[in-house]
Design a protein. Structure first.
Length: 141
């Protein structure tokens, strides 16, 4: 059983709203990359892209880790807004974002274990940021 997973996520849009992409990297306790993925998600806002990155990572966990195969799941994001909303420190006024947080909570329950959301500066999230920008460069008009 893996005790801890470390997930670095990022989402971005060129324009707000604009063409958007998400990326995530999942590592085990030893720092081994279990997966890294990126996806073009069409036209949306930066905040929706940030939430979608978390959702995509949670979906991957649900499909690839049987329930309770890990104890703690540490997410690292460079969006203070999303981290504070996920941690219940900021209210969510936007209806679209409220719908996304409902999906996040549902996926958290499905994967089991403890899920934590941490803010990190953009320079410590470069790999996830690279995945987003590389995907945008390939897909955005």
């Amino acid at each position: 059983m893996t005790k801890n997973l470390y997930i670095f996520t990022d989402g971005g849009a060129r324009g707000n709203p604009g063409p958007a992409a998400v990326g995530f990297i999942i590592k085990d306790e030893q720092g081994k990359v279990l997966t890294q993925q990126a996806k073009f998600i069409g036209k949306t806002t930066n905040n929706v892209a940030e939430y979608t990155a978390v959702i995509e990572a949670l979906k991957w966990l649900g499909q690839n880790f049987p329930i309770f195969q890990f104890s703690n799941c540490q997410f690292f994001l460079d969006s203070k807004l999303v981290v504070n909303q996920l941690n219940g420190l900021f209210k969510i006024k936007n209806k679209n974002l409220r719908n996304l947080i409902v999906e996040v909570r549902k996926l958290e329950q499905e994967i089991g274990g403890n899920v934590f959301y941490n803010f990190i500066p953009r320079e410590k999230n470069r790999k996830a940021d690279f995945l987003v920008n590389f995907t945008l460069a390939k897909n955005a008009p």
